[in-house]
Ligand binder design. Structure first.
Ligand code: WTA
Length: 571
């Protein structure tokens, strides 16, 4: 096979000797970078924020640049430390203690980051929710986690089904509101009177830090549980993969409701004491290039969907901006098309480095390193300390160039430690000592991994993971819908879009208005990104004899592919 290769430019990269490091590195080496290695006092908020605030040379450095169409604000490490202390005191006042779940449901804003670290300082577990979630999505997550406190905005309050959430004691509202309830607390008035001194809760490395809900192919979203120990790998990958140096201005475009927005939008850059750009508002090519230009961003972590939209926006747009500060670009979340890598060489005169990982893995595992050759279309190679391979269904390794299930030797620092309330789900990820990802891939003779697709029915639309079950369940709640089967359909810009096949209940006639009504029902009940972009009414939905929807068959029909084994199909 003729594979295009892009050699590394010569440069002063943090990780130069990849091959040698793979031989010699042990995760214990990385622990020496942390103060707890000597003091025994652990807390992510200390390592990422307070440690810098206590350093006279870093205290007044900008930690956060928040930039949105209607708001620009900067916070130094000193300010972020002090304000998160105040917020931790607010939480303490309302009886938050170690291990409690405190959820955030709000747009990106300086208050989000202040509250986030305030939560960690109390030893509680933070649960960030994507702001576009609607009532059903919010209900599922707050019920399963039994969140005690929710931080949200008055605008989002109507999507919080308070009567269904008995464990929820208080709601902290960020913004002016005249809504009255004994449950409500106002963020701004509490912060005004809170003390800026807080005795941080020292925790164990294995204590809970974060719950990220994510989708599988069956059942409701699952709470992926991460512990403070993950910081070892956030730090390591910040050094090797993000290649962060002291003066870098870093921008990760992901929302903190998704794992990229926490591991790499919060932890990695601040563990390294970098200035971190957060952009609010919607995507537009002008605004995004403008952000890179205005803030002189040097290291940029983004996603294929966004890059594809920038490609479509054309050269004239990119040429309006001065992007000469930019020195390193990475991508995550979906396959990175080789054409986009080629475009990047022209548009930025830089390589775009693909990285592969998952909510469950907590941090990057397979990557293109700045010092290594890139093979466009490949996710790259495992970072030092990680053993990756391809396994068959029994968890046995299979030879190079054969497709199978991408698997990682269990036990890396940022690995999830549980699925909340669901030990059997957690165990199902591990086979024969391997964490089995559910992604199909192959490895070439030189150890580069090539992504092929999902082995289950999980949909990846514009980089966001959507479980078909969640969408099908919502569709069934609509009075007109009798049965529903949901698949991902390939799409040039969004990777996949959601297509729903439905049958109608008696008394309903197919019409454009009805289909639009059903679509809106999912959009306003669950979330915009989970709403089907295409819908098709059928006489029946194919099911197995045991009643499972055969999504694979729907997909084969949709794409005109061979249907394979249909022996379990119900008559
Ligand atoms: C997909 C995002 C191809 C994959 C950090 C994985 C990718 C799922 C890549 C996890 C990549 C992630 N190339 N596919 N570089 N990175 N994926 O949990 O299917 O939102 O299993 O985590 O995204 O999505 P999640």
């Amino acid at each position: 096979m003729d594979v295009k290769r892009i050699p590394a430019k010569k440069g002063d990269y943090n990780l130069q000797n990849y091959e040698e490091m793979c031989e010699t590195f042990s995760w214990d080496d990385m622990k020496r970078n942390f103060t707890w290695n000597e003091t025994g006092k652990v807390n992510m908020a200390h390592e990422a924020i307070d440690r810098h605030a206590q350093d006279p040379n870093k205290k007044n450095q900008t930690a956060l640049i928040y930039s949105a169409p209607n708001r620009e604000e900067k916070l130094t490490f000193g300010q972020l430390s002090e304000q998160s202390n105040k917020f931790a005191n607010v939480l303490k006042k309302y009886d938050v203690t170690k291990g409690d779940r405190v959820f955030l449901f709000m747009p990106r804003s300086p208050e989000f980051y202040v509250a986030f670290f305030g939560i960690l300082k109390t030893g509680a577990i933070a649960g960030p929710l994507f702001e576009a979630f609607m009532e059903q999505a919010v209900r599922d997550r707050l019920q399963d986690s039994e969140a005690k406190i929710l931080i949200t905005t008055p605008e989002l309050l109507e999507r919080v089904p308070q009567e269904d959430l008995p464990a929820l004691e208080k709601i902290i509202l960020v913004g002016e509101s005249d809504a009255g309830s004994a449950r409500y607390i106002n963020y701004h008035s509490e912060m005004q009177t809170a003390s800026a001194n807080f005795a941080i809760e020292w925790v164990d490395l294995e204590d809970g830090m974060l719950l990220h809900y994510t989708s599988g192919s069956t059942g409701k979203p699952k709470g992926v549980y991460h512990v403070h120990n993950a910081m070892i790998q956030h730090y390591a990958t910040g050094e090797w993969v993000l290649d962060l140096k002291e003066d870098d201005v870093y921008w990760c475009t992901a929302d903190p409701g998704w794992v990229t927005g926490t591991s790499y939008g919060i932890f990695a850059p601040w563990l390294h004491g970098n200035t971190n750009v957060v952009r609010g508002g919607r995507f537009s090519p002008e605004d995004w290039y403008g952000t890179l230009d205005t803030h002189n961003v040097t290291v940029w972590y983004t996603a294929p969907t966004a890059l594809r939209m920038l490609v479509s926006a054309g050269e004239a747009v990119v040429n309006k901006f001065d992007l000469s500060s930019l020195r390193h670009i990475m991508s995550v979340g979906e396959p990175l098309n080789p054409e986009v890598v080629t475009w990047g060489l022209k548009a930025f005169d830089l390589r775009i480095h693909d990285t592969w990982w998952m909510t469950e893995t907590g941090a990057q595992l397979i990557v293109n390193l700045p010092s290594e050759e890139i093979r466009p279309g490949s996710m790259g190679k495992p970072i030092p300390g990680i053993k990756a391979t391809i396994v068959d269904n029994e968890g046995n390794e299979i030879p190079p160039n054969q497709m199978g299930n991408l698997a990682i030797k269990e036990g890396w620092p940022a690995m999830m430690r549980a699925v909340w309330n669901n030990p059997s789900k957690y165990e199902s990820y591990f086979v024969n000592g391997w964490y089995v990802s559910g992604d199909s891939a192959y490895k070439d003779e030189d150890g580069y991994f090539w992504f092929q697709g999902r082995l289950d029915d999980v949909i990846n639309t514009a980089g966001e993971r959507v479980g078909p079950f969640e969408v099908e369940s919502k569709l069934l709640e609509h009075a007109a819908v009798a049965e529903a089967g949901v698949i991902g359909k390939p799409h040039p810009e969004r990777g996949e879009i959601i297509k729903a096949f439905i049958t109608l209940n008696d008394g309903y006639e197919k019409s454009d208005e009805l289909l639009e009504d059903i679509r809106q029902f999912v959009k306003t009940g669950l979330s915009a990104h989970a709403a089907p972009r295409e819908m098709e009414v059928r006489d029946s939905i194919p099911k197995t004899r045991s009643g499972k929807i055969m999504r694979r068959l729907l997909k084969s029909w949709e794409l005109g592919l061979p249907t394979g084994d249909t022996s379990t199909l119900e008559e």
